[in-house]
Design a protein around this ligand. Structure first.
Ligand SMILES: Nc1ncnc2c1ncn2[C@@H]1O[C@H](COP(=O)(O)OP(=O)(O)O)[C@@H](O)[C@H]1O
Ligand SMILES: [Mg+2]
Length: 365
């Protein structure tokens, strides 16, 4: 009663509305209407509605137990310790570049986002620049995005101070600066290489000024999709990173080296620059997968279920999240009391085609 008619007394004045609410709840396309209207008499239950009510009740409990998104971060203690140490060094004027390499879904962005949150808590300025894999982006797109991000987050006077005399050069990256600093001499009188060197100097002096105000964390996303101009600017800015109060956290898929020669060359050049370190982010271990499941439910997951999720996902966090959400939506993860179902077994591996297709799609993500 409490579920169907919360805070309501069913009485003459509201009986038709109350029955309407009950019908709406009990109705299912494949069920006949369980409530019959008897003219001039009232209503009659035409079927036993108790099984249906039990079903609804169980369904509501299942819906209530959502998979938290994002999942709690599991199994990255070692990497987190390294990242925290980099923030600490940057505060003490020793900057660094972290190359976070890993396949799709291993958690590169997630660790970057957690790092940004922690850096903001420590008083860092945090800025993001992305490279887009769809192509068609203008040159230096990721660095233009960083400029825009800084302009949005900084009061105008401070922003203009940081841009300083670099304004005319940086104007090619940002429309608002272009309005302030219209194109000077005809561009083709200056060789392209010289213009590029001027832009590098301008960006370096801008970054130096920004780092003077507060330490800075830059998240440079998807470097494997960066165009050559972005890679070039990144490599040259990295040469001076050790003396700045700055951490640059870079994400990329290492496998893309094979199909992108300039990207591969940039990575090997970066490896020889001081202040640059690389972390290879791998899939989670079997024990960590079990910990993810336990963190979801606050209770130890049955070993058979943990093993199954590990086998299906190879410990890839993105796939773990996907499969948990899908199995939960199928009602196969928790029993009606909200605990783990313990029925994981061979029949579970025979996933419904819809789930299998989603997983196959995700594998190629
Ligand atoms: N160690 C982890 N523990 C729990 N969830 C994780 C972990 N790493 C990543 N995730 C989750 O997996 C998903 C994919 O991570 P993401 O950072 O987008 O991968 P990538 O950037 O490497 O492609 C995200 O929803 C993220 O919250
Ligand atoms: Mg990512």
């Amino acid at each position: 009663m409490a579920m169907v008619w919360p805070r309501t007394h069913v009485e003459d004045g509201n009986i038709s509305h109350s029955v309407w609410a009950l019908r709406k709840l009990l109705q299912r396309p494949d069920y006949p209407d369980p409530i019959q209207t008897v003219p001039r008499r009232g209503y009659l239950f035409a079927a036993d509605v108790r099984p249906r009510l039990r079903e609804i009740h169980a369904g509501q409990e299942l819906r209530a137990r959502e998979i938290p998104r994002p999942l709690p971060l599991i199994g990255r203690g070692h990497e987190s310790t390294i990242l925290m140490a980099k923030l600490k060094s940057a505060r003490a004027s020793s900057g660094s570049v972290i190359l976070m390499e890993g396949d799709a879904g291993t958690g590169k962005t997630r660790m970057g986002e957690d790092l940004m949150r922690e850096a903001r808590r420590q008083g860092f300025t945090t800025l993001t620049g992305r490279s887009h894999c769809e192509g068609g982006a203008p040159p230096y797109a990721a660095f233009a995005e960083i400029l825009e991000d800084y302009a949005r987050a900084t009061p105008r006077a401070g922003w203009l101070r940081s841009v300083g005399e670099a304004g005319p050069e940086l104007a090619c990256l940002m429309p608002e600066l272009r309005r302030r600093f219209p194109e000077p001499a005809p561009p083709d009188t200056v060789p392209a290489g010289t213009r590029r060197a001027h832009l590098l100097n301008a960006y370096r002096s801008f970054l130096t000024r920004v780092c003077r105000a507060k330490p800075v964390l830059i998240l440079l996303e998807n470097l494997h999709c960066a165009d050559d101009s972005t890679l070039w600017l990144f490599r040259h800015l990295t040469l001076g990173i050790a003396s700045l109060r700055c951490v640059v956290y870079v994400t990329y898929r290492g496998r893309e080296r094979a199909s992108a020669p300039y990207f591969a060359e940039t990575l090997s050049q970066l490896a020889r620059i001081g202040g640059v370190s690389r972390i290879q982010l791998r899939n989670l271990s079997r024990a960590a997968v079990r910990d993810v499941l336990s963190a979801v439910n606050g209770e130890f997951a049955p070993p058979a279920l943990a093993l199954l999720v590990f086998q299906l996902t190879a410990g890839n966090p993105f796939l773990i999240e996907e499969i948990l959400v899908l199995l939960n939506s199928e009602g196969r993860l928790f029993n009606s009391a909200g605990g783990w179902t313990s029925t994981a077994g061979p029949d579970w591996v025979d996933l419904p085609p819809a789930i299998r297709a989603r997983l196959d799609g995700a594998q190629t993500r």
